[in-house]
Structures are given as C-alpha cells and as structure tokens.
Design a protein around this ligand. Structure first.
Ligand SMILES: Nc1ncnc2c1ncn2[C@@H]1O[C@H](COP(=O)(O)OP(=O)(O)O)[C@@H](O)[C@H]1O
Ligand SMILES: [Mg+2]
Length: 330
C-alpha cells in the first residue's frame, strides 16, 4: 500500500509540531523517517496512522483519502495498520500467545483459527514454543518480537515502527531490523520506520526522509543521502554515525578538516593519488573506512588537506569533479 501525505500540519497551541509535510511513501518498502527528539516524528505517525486528525492537509492510502473518515470507516481502515513502539506496549497480565491473540479476539475471529495463526506468528518471529512465556520473563528483543507478531496478527498492509529499537542494545537492534526486513518482503508490507538513529536507517531502510522542527529537510534513497548529504541536520546524523562506526579506523584524534564520501564506482579508483599528483595537495588522513549502505559500498575518509588553503581548495574542486562528496568541518 502506498501512502501519500499532502501539506500535513498539526499545531499544539503555538507550536507547529508538524509543519507542512508532503511525502510519497511507496508500497512494499522500508521507509525511514529520522529526526532529533522533538522533531515531530511521533506526531507525524499519529496523523498518518489516523490516531489524530491533522489541522490541515490530507492523508491517502493508495487513492483513498483516510484523514476525514467516519468512525465506522476508520475502524475498518485501521485494520490495515500494525504498530510497534519503543516500550513494546504489551499486556503484562497476558502471556506471549495471549498478547498475540488479542487483536484477533477483538475482531471475534474463530478460536481454532486464532490458535493456528498465533502459532504461525510465533514461528514467524522466531519464538516457537515460547507462547506460554510470561512477558516479564522475556528479554527486550523477545518482547519486541511478541509485539511484532501481535502487530501482524490481522494481516495489516502497513507497519509503523516508532523508535522500535531505541530501547535495545546494538546486537539485538540488528536482529530485530533483520526480522522486520524479512517480514516486509514476505508480506509485501509498507514499513514506516521512525527513528533518531542513523544506524537504523543504514541497516534497514530503502528511502529516508529527514524531519527537523516539523519540516522535511531532505528525502531520497538511503545510499544517495549517505553519499551526498545536503542538510546540516543530515550531516550531523552522519557524523555521529562515523564516530561510532566500527568499520571506520581512526588513527588520530586530531579532528580532520574534511569528510570525503566516495560511492560505488569511485571506491576502486586511486582518486587521492591522482588529485594529489594533479594539484600538489598533501593528504593527512585521520580516519577511513567502508560502509555498506543498502548493499552499496560507500567509502568515508576524514582528512586534512595541505600544504596551504589555496592548494586545498584546488584539491577539493577536483575531488568534487570526480564525484566525491566533500564536507568541511566548521
Ligand atoms: N499532545 C501534545 N500536546 C502538546 N505538545 C505536544 C504533544 N505531542 C507532542 N507535542 C510537542 O510537539 C513536538 C513534537 O513532538 P513529537 O512528535 O513527540 O516529537 P518526536 O517524536 O520527534 O520526538 C514536541 O515539541 C512536543 O513537545
Ligand atoms: Mg517520538
């Protein structure tokens, strides 16, 4: 299912929490929405998932407008949506399988069907045989697996994940993201992944929109955004990622004035040597590595360029001509 947002606005008193957001979220993808805390991500999800009405603008699921539905229509349309959250929102009084069964019970589905479907869902999320487990005995990753199974119980077409991995350690995050990607393909879902973590975008999303102060400041395929980020917010997100990136080796802590990003074909070429030879620039490389983004190799290098600023400028111009994205530190 494709989701289209047109000029969405939501104000809380004088605060523009969502301020004129238009987006096309294609069907059958994992679509990321990244922003800092307070950027308006959760508000946007509430509008898109029909939990809250926008003050202005329209939401379409395929060609159907869904922001102005009557109560009965809303209930029907909301069955197309599953949601998972940071804090799992499970019923602690119910065990794993009864949590998963809950949405089917409120739809008055047949008991035997519910039992079969619950078992199928436990297997889908890798929790075979754990149906009777009390929620309190499960790890964070297992709780999120139960929440995913419950969200998928009535076969939605869209899955919203609001900071679904923010409470999990990096390894568990990776396994949950892998599961979400796998399920997306298996069920042809449209997954909307809300996050403040660039790792989540890198490891799970096909496209991403960057939200800041209620606005979309950048949007596109994830590999394009990583290779040549445009907005300052995006660059900030990427630099926090480069610091923790295990595949980047940093052998000096003295900063490095430029961040160079090489994509695809350019990673095989001896670009630094040829730029150095052509301009006389010297490169003092502080950190470098390769990231795998959406199955594409992207090179990142943090470097000083000398011996003087005129030569450095020449080198930067040539690098850009050769398709390298160059970012200067303040
Ligand atoms: N129900 C509400 N009433 C008043 N202000 C709200 C409400 N929900 C969110 N806000 C405000 O809207 C802004 C965006 O919040 P939110 O959408 O939760 O951001 P995010 O999920 O990106 O952290 C914040 O400044 C927040 O304080
Ligand atoms: Mg939020």
């Amino acid at each position: 299912m494709q989701i289209r947002l047109r000029n969405l606005k939501r104000n809380y008193a004088s605060l523009h929490a969502v301020d004129d957001v238009s987006l096309d979220i294609p069907s059958n993808t994992v679509y990321g929405i990244i922003g800092r805390s307070g950027a308006g991500k959760s508000t946007l999800v509430r509008l898109v998932s029909m939990l809250e009405k926008p003050d202005h603008g329209e939401v379409y699921y395929d060609d159907k407008r869904v922001d102005n539905l009557s109560k009965e229509e809303l209930i029907k349309e909301r069955r197309k949506i599953g949601m998972i959250f940071q804090n799992f929102n499970l019923f602690s009084s119910r065990n794993a399988e009864d949590n998963i069964a809950y949405p089917m019970e409120i739809c008055h589905m047949d008991k035997e069907y519910i039992r079969k479907r619950t078992e199928e869902l436990l297997a889908l999320v890798g929790l075979e045989g754990r149906g009777k487990a009390a929620i309190s005995t499960l790890s964070g990753g297992q709780k999120q697996r139960v929440a995913i199974a419950r969200a998928l119980a009535v076969k939605p077409e869209i899955l919203f994940c609001d900071e679904a991995t923010s409470a999990l350690d990096p390894q568990t995050t990776r396994s949950i993201l892998a599961l979400i990607k796998e399920i997306q393909k298996k069920m042809n879902l449209t997954v909307v992944m809300i996050t403040h973590q660039m790792e989540v975008v890198r490891d799970a999303c096909d496209r991403v929109a960057v939200l800041d102060a209620g606005h979309i400041v950048e949007e596109g395929p994830v590999s394009d955004i990583f290779a040549s980020p445009k907005s300052d917010v995006t660059k900030d997100f990427l630099s926090s990622l480069t610091n923790v990136q295990e595949s980047i080796v940093r052998w000096s802590n003295d900063g490095g004035h430029y961040t160079l990003r090489f994509r695809g074909s350019t990673t095989d070429e001896p670009i630094i040597s040829s730029v150095s030879a052509a301009t006389g620039a010297v490169f003092n490389i502080r950190a470098a590595g390769v990231q795998n983004v959406n199955d594409e190799e992207l090179g990142v290098m943090i470097t000083d360029i000398g011996p003087d600023s005129v030569t450095a400028e020449k080198a930067v111009r040539l690098l850009i001509e050769k398709g390298v994205s160059v970012e200067e530190a303040e």
